[in-house]
Structure formats: C-alpha cells, structure tokens
Design a protein around this ligand. Structure first.
Ligand code: ADP
Length: 252
C-alpha cells in the first residue's frame, strides 16, 4: 500500500537552480525502497523533501491519509553523539525528546520504550555503555533504535551500512527488512551498497543529473539498466542464491 506518492517533484536550494526535477516515485508500506546514484546526484535532497525539510517547487508529494506520517530518521554517519559522554540508552531517549537533546528528562514510560527499542535490535545489554565506545555496527543499531522508538510509519536511512564490516552490515540489513515486513514500515534507504539493493529492495529510484528513474527492483537491477545508468558495463549475477553486482569489462 502506498504511503507516499511523489509526482513530478522539483526541489532545490539556491533560487532558480533545481537540484532535482520531474521526480516521480512511490514509497510503499512493508517494502524497502532504495535511492541509488552517484555522490551529488540528489538522494539526500529527496530524503530532505520527504522529511519536510525542503519545500516542493513544483509537483506534489501526497501522503496516505493526507498527513505526514510519523517518521524515524537515521542520518548519514551521525557523529554528534560522539562528542558527549552519553550512554546508548540516552541516545535512544533523545528520539523521544527531539530538540531537547540529552538534557531532557524522559519519564518511566519513556525509559521502558527506549529499552524495548534497544531490545528489539538485540542491543539492550549495551544500554548503559557509553555510545562513543561502541563499535560501528553497535552504534548503527542504537541509532536505529532511536529512529524506531516512536513506532514510525516511515523509516528513512542515509547510507546505513557505510563503514560497517560485512557481518555487521548484513545483520543490520536483516533488521531493516524485518521492520518493513513484520511491522509494515515503509523503509527508504539511500545507499551505494548495490548488493543490498539487489537482494532486498522492492523498488529502486536511480538518480542521475537531477532526474530519477523509478521502478520495481527486478526491472531496475538488470545489466542493461545499470550499465546505461553508470555509462559503463555492469553485471548482476546470482552466486549461492544471492545477487551480486559486478563491474563488467570496460570497452577499451
Ligand atoms: P547525494 O545525497 O546523492 O550525494 P545531495 O542531495 O547531497 O546528493 O546533493 C545534490 C546536489 O545538491 C549537489 O550538487 C549538492 O552540491 C547540492 N546541495 C546539497 N545540499 C545543499 C545545500 N544545503 N545547499 C546548496 N546545495 C546543496
């Protein structure tokens, strides 16, 4: 079921310069929608528009029910919590008191919700540990717990597995897929990790030069579409039941 329909959207920062235009896509509940494209192609800009941080210049964004849904956001490599001696639990509590940061006081129910969110991601045992002392994979789970503590309908993540080792990345992706499938959350992921997209995304938006091509993952992640998108040969192959994306031999 569609949670968000984007139609012919144009957005930008500087007056008169559209970073994205004619963007149309659908974000569905219970599915993983991937935003793919080179650095600077506009993935984060679209994410900002979806989060309501950037107004539409043209076109429309229509949310089911007419109102913006509850949103959980995991920003790209968020290091802001690293500067303060906060615990994992306190980082999750910030999700309940946005704007007030670590100084806010959450009640007993807030504590219980934060612990439950950590538990859901199998890191409740880290609750009292200092956030900055955790591994990259543990930190991502805590930030995911913070985004999920509000029971969002839309979960938006910018490069969630960047910098993680292979097992940590794989288990984080499993958790995202579980949130989508079991809790009917619409998961929107901007990522360069094409294998993640090839194996788990339901829909893909390919960004290039301010435009976006959108469709079902099985139609977008083909040799032909990816090669055209990258202006270079790209192959999608199956190995041991998993899809891998490989660079083809460039024509010399
Ligand atoms: P991506 O997430 O795909 O790397 P972005 O959405 O961050 O791409 O950037 C798309 C374009 O918008 C780039 O040309 C970038 O320079 C520009 N841009 C991003 N943020 C801002 C901003 N705050 N002000 C002006 N231009 C920006």
């Amino acid at each position: 079921m569609a949670l968000l329909r984007v139609n012919d959207l144009a957005v930008g920062y500087r007056r008169g310069v559209d970073v994205l235009s004619e963007v149309s896509l659908v974000v569905r509940r219970g599915e993983l929608t991937a935003l793919v494209g080179r650095n600077g192609s506009g993935k984060t800009t679209l994410m900002r528009a979806v989060l309501g941080l950037l107004p539409a210049r043209r076109g429309r964004m229509e949310f089911a029910g007419g109102a913006r849904p509850r949103v959980g956001y995991v920003p790209q490599a968020d290091r802001s919590e690293m500067r303060f001696p906060v615990s994992a639990l306190e980082v999750v509590l910030m999700g309940l008191t946005p704007g007030l940061g670590a100084l806010a006081r959450a009640g007993a129910s807030g504590h219980a919700a934060a612990l439950a969110s950590l538990d859901r991601l199998h890191v409740a045992d880290l609750a009292s540990q200092r956030f900055s002392a955790l591994s990259g994979g543990q930190r991502q789970r805590v930030l995911l717990a913070r985004a999920l503590v509000h029971e969002p309908e839309l979960l938006a993540l910018d490069e969630p597995v960047r910098g993680l080792d292979l097992p940590s990345a794989a288990s984080l992706v499993q958790l995202l897929v579980r949130e989508a499938r079991e809790r009917n959350v619409a998961v929107l992921v901007a990522t360069h990790t094409l294998d993640l997209v090839a194996n788990h995304a339901d829909s893909v938006a390919l960004f290039r030069e301010g435009r976006c091509a959108f469709g079902p993952a099985r139609e977008m992640f083909t040799d032909a579409v990816l090669s055209e998108h990258h202006d270079a040969p790209v192959m999608v192959r199956e190995v041991e039941g998993q899809r891998v994306v490989l660079p083809g031999r460039p024509k010399c």
